[in-house]
Structures are given as C-alpha cells and as structure tokens.
Design a protein around this ligand. Structure first.
Ligand SMILES: *[C@@H]1O[C@H](CO)[C@@H](O)[C@H](O)[C@H]1NC(C)=O
Ligand SMILES: *[C@@H]1O[C@H](CO)[C@@H](O)[C@H](O)[C@H]1NC(C)=O
Ligand SMILES: *[C@@H]1O[C@H](CO)[C@@H](O)[C@H](O)[C@H]1NC(C)=O
Length: 188
C-alpha cells in the first residue's frame, strides 16, 4: 500500500532542481510553530495475529507555543471498521481528550509534543519540484529517525511546509508504515 502511494506521488514530480551556485547542502528546517492542515493518510500495519491497512483524512491544528495539538480524523480500516474521532492533546497540562461520537475519554498524556523542527542530523535527500517548468513548487526531501520511527519527509523549499511524509516504525511485535499527503496548510 505504502509503496503504491509513493510511486503514485513520484509521477507528479517533473524534474530535479539544478543547484546553481549551491555549494553546501541546505540545513534541516522547522515548520511554522502554529499551523493547521488536512492530511490524507494511507497506512499499513502488521502485528503477530493480524495485518491491515487504513485510509482517510486527518485535520490537524498544531500549536507549539500553547503546547497543544488537536486532530479530527475520519479513518477507514481494511477490516471494515470506521473511526471518526477528535483528539485534543494538552502537553502543558499533561492530559489527552478523545471524543468519539458523544463520549469524551480523558487520560494522562505521556511523551513529548512532536517537534516542529527536524533533528539537526536529518539527512538531505535532494531537491526537486512538483509541477511544470513554468509553474514550480520547489521541494526538499529529508530523511531522519525520531524516537524509533523513520521519517521520509518532503517539504517546500520556502517556509518548510510538509507536503508528503512517510513514516515507518517497527518493533518485534508490530510494524507500521504510514504515508501522508498534507493537502492544505494554512499558516497561523
Ligand atoms: C470510508 O467509508 C465510508 C462509508 O463506506 C465512505 O463514505 C467514505 O468515503 C470512506 N472514506 C475513505 C477515505 O475511503
Ligand atoms: C459511534 O457511532 C457509530 C454509529 O453512528 C457506531 O457504529 C460506533 O460503534 C460508535 N462508536 C462508539 C465508540 O460508541
Ligand atoms: C517514544 O515512543 C514511545 C513508544 O511509541 C512513546 O511511549 C514515548 O512517549 C515516545 N517518546 C517521546 C519523547 O515522544
């Protein structure tokens, strides 16, 4: 599933950007500290007893300054289940709220807020553009690992806005990969 997504998106890539006068690789960048966007998501998972894939959309509101993230997701699973839920994560208060149908479940929130910057050791994977020569969206590809998950992230050259992300994580018990096509990003 994942590989299909990546190949599909690659057909939209028109050419590799030349790097006239570029003498050193660009440095890893930070997305805006406050943004909202819609991610189209395709994912697959495999556990000891079952495997499957999911697809759907997730609307994200990200606020690094207020230390909170809210998502509204509509996901369909290959097994037939559907999940529509809203998750509010308050990293300052250490609480998470999951709202499904009319039920709200509150729980303690562990872990750190996902950073809006790539790690300093992110590896530059090259520059290219989407579109045609006369209408280009110059992008950069970055590869890194954060907390056990491998990321392959494409961002716009200007403003570091995520365009495509694939994530892969695996433990002995479970592997999971996800692809996101971040449709529209509205900065603060
Ligand atoms: C999820 O399933 C519902 C009901 O079958 C359908 O209306 C919707 O379009 C599906 N969404 C996706 C992303 O496939
Ligand atoms: C939410 O509602 C849908 C039908 O509207 C139902 O199929 C589903 O089981 C409900 N989920 C929960 C967690 O109550
Ligand atoms: C790292 O991942 C583990 C397992 O997914 C999670 O429990 C933990 O909170 C994460 N740590 C951070 C800093 O996000």
């Amino acid at each position: 599933m994942m590989i299909k997504l990546v190949l599909l998106l690659c057909t939209a890539v028109f050419g590799v950007l030349g790097a006239p006068g570029l003498t050193e690789a660009p440095t890893p960048c930070c997305t805006a500290s406050q943004w909202e966007g819609v991610m189209l998501e395709v994912g697959g998972y495999a556990a000891q007893s079952h495997a499957g894939f999911l697809k759907g959309s997730i609307a994200v509101s990200y606020d690094m300054l207020g230390k909170r993230v809210a998502t509204v997701s509509h996901l369909n699973y290959s097994a037939g289940a559907q999940s529509n839920m809203k998750v509010i994560q308050d990293f300052k208060g250490g609480m998470q709220y999951v709202i499904m149908n009319t039920t709200c479940t509150k729980s303690a929130l562990k872990g750190a807020m996902p950073p809006n910057c790539m790690p300093d050791d992110a590896k530059f994977g090259g520059g290219f553009y989407f579109g045609s020569p006369s209408s280009q969206l110059p992008c950069q590809r970055w590869l890194y690992t954060y907390n056990g998950t491998t990321f392959d992230l494409t961002v716009t050259q200007q403003d570091c806005i995520p365009v495509i992300e694939t994530e892969y994580s695996g433990t002995d018990a479970e592997t999971e990969c996800r692809g996101k096509n971040i449709g529209s990003v509205f900065e603060e």
